[in-house]
Design a protein around this ligand. Structure first.
Ligand code: SF4
Ligand code: SF4
Length: 470
């Protein structure tokens, strides 16, 4: 008789209550978190003098089709900078992952940073691991309601600040703050803030490590970037297990010498490395998809080794090869050298391109209907649409002239004499070029030349053609 077992496709989440830990990696993680939050939350409020332009230091102005990043103004034509930055970021990720595993996940990823902050809040209100477990097990009594309620309220406030700050990068931050509370903010702003508040609250508060394990594509393909020399938080099973495996600190197994004589290793099976893990895994089971390489289990185990007076590093950053054979990994291997060089080349190109950004764009389109007009006095006139895009944060006062067209006369439609392009604005001009009667050539090539009256920008020329009537 065969017994059929039903395999469940859904596994209910078991809440993880990581224990707090002190140590090098915890300090580093907290340092990154403070720095990242300082930048993210304060940047939209920073002002920057751009003359007539927006005064927000970092502003992604979609309606105005400009990205303002301090002194840099990114126009739609400069979109390849974004492509360059994304390429650098992707290769940097490959490079770092090849050398030190999922360092991005453990220290820099938004999911890690926000989950960490939410855990800080939770610990601050409810207490450390055991207290939180006790609260979870309690019936819904006044203590549980007040502590959980306070935690969720604090999370919600933090999530709202996150959503608001993100939105403030896309519009004037001070204006948005005022408009939000007076009901005058645009609907997309309310929607974005509401959506981000909700998703941050749910994802950092409740979903947490499930994002890393089930939702994040990076955790799925990062393994292909690893090799046997990649440094990852690793449990030294040879040292930890000895011949017989792990053993608690029992009678006759207190000192290292006693343990080694009995065939046991240095792991006292205290479970602290598991208790501090934000994804709830046991590093002693080897490389796992859920390990975000945060290093907290290293801090925890070092704490235990210090208490025992034993050498640190039972769990440490080490390569698979190092744990197996003891040979140190190479940092400079063909893969990392290749990525490093590629990153260097694209970075140099990007910096060069930004530093040599053209101060203005200038385009000329000939009016084709009609192509050439004979005026009453016999002169021949061609017309051109000229666009001048001022990319510098000051007004440009320009002179327009022609080169290579003898005796040409220029007239700007509307009787304009001076060309002034406001800071960071686009100017359209209709320009008429006239040649005296009797010009012979059916077609002549020439150049429009724009000159900065203040002499701060080199003259810019654009080719054009003058046509005679057929
Ligand atoms: S096992 Fe857990 S604590 Fe250790 S590095 Fe991985 S995620 Fe962090
Ligand atoms: S913290 Fe160290 S000693 Fe304790 S169980 Fe983990 S590996 Fe073993």
């Amino acid at each position: 008789m065969s017994v059929e077992t039903e395999e469940k496709l859904y596994q209910k989440r078991i809440a993880i209550h990581p224990k707090s830990v002190k140590g090098t990696f915890r300090t580093f993680k907290t340092g990154v978190l403070v720095l990242a939050y300082a930048v993210f939350f304060l940047l939209p409020w920073l002002r920057w003098d751009r003359g007539d332009g927006p005064s927000q230091a970092v502003l992604f102005d979609i309606p105005g089709r400009r990205f303002y990043i301090f002194e840099l103004i990114v126009h739609p034509q400069d979109i390849y900078w974004l492509a360059g930055a994304l390429i650098i970021f992707a290769w940097l990720l490959f490079f770092v992952t090849g050398v030190v595993g999922r360092a991005f996940c453990g220290y820099f990823c938004f999911q890690t940073l926000w989950t960490d902050a939410f855990m800080f809040i939770e610990r601050w209100i409810q207490g450390d691991r055991q207290k939180r477990i006790n609260i979870d097990k309690m019936p819904w009594n006044p203590e549980k309601i007040s502590k959980k309620g306070l935690t969720w309220a604090a999370w919600l406030l933090f999530a709202w600040i996150t959503g608001f700050t993100f939105t403030a990068y896309w519009t004037d931050a001070y204006g948005l703050l005022n408009d939000f509370f007076t009901g005058r903010a645009p609907y997309p702003a309310y929607f974005t803030i509401g959506f981000l508040t909700l998703t941050t609250f749910v994802v950092a508060g409740f979903v947490r490590e499930q994002v890393c394990i089930y939702m994040c594509p990076y955790s799925r393909f990062q393994a292909v970037m690893f090799d046997k020399e990649t440094l990852i938080p690793s449990y030294d099973y040879k040292r930890g297990e000895g011949e017989k495996g792990r053993a608690h600190l029992g009678r006759g197994l207190k000192t290292r010498e006693e343990r080694q004589a009995a065939g046991y290793g240095d792991c006292i099976d205290c479970g602290l490395c598991v208790q501090v893990c934000p994804t709830g895994i046991d590093i002693r089971n080897g490389l796992q998809i859920a390990c975000i390489n945060c290093g907290l289990c290293i801090d925890a185990c070092n704490e235990i080794m210090d208490k025992q007076g034993w050498e640190r590093g039972l769990i440490r950053y080490a390569s698979e090869q190092e744990i197996e054979t003891g040979s140190k990994p190479r940092v400079f291997k063909p893969k990392t050298i290749g990525y490093g060089l590629a990153i260097l080349v694209v970075t140099v190109f990007l910096i060069y391109s930004i530093l040599h950004q053209a101060p203005m764009d200038f385009s000329v389109n000939q009016v084709r209907n009609p192509l050439a007009v004979t005026l009453a006095d016999g002169r021949v006139q061609n017309s051109y649409e000229i666009k001048i895009n001022n990319k510098v944060p000051r007004p440009l006062r320009l002179d327009l002239g022609v080169e290579g067209l003898a005796d040409a006369e220029i007239e700007i439609a509307g009787g304009k004499k001076d060309i002034e392009v406001p800071s960071d604005k686009l100017l359209h001009l209709l320009v008429r070029v006239k040649l005296p009667a009797g010009a012979k050539n059916s077609q002549q090539n020439f150049r429009f030349v724009l000159t900065d009256k203040d002499g701060q920008i080199k003259p810019v020329a654009m080719n054009a053609t003058f046509n005679m009537p057929r």
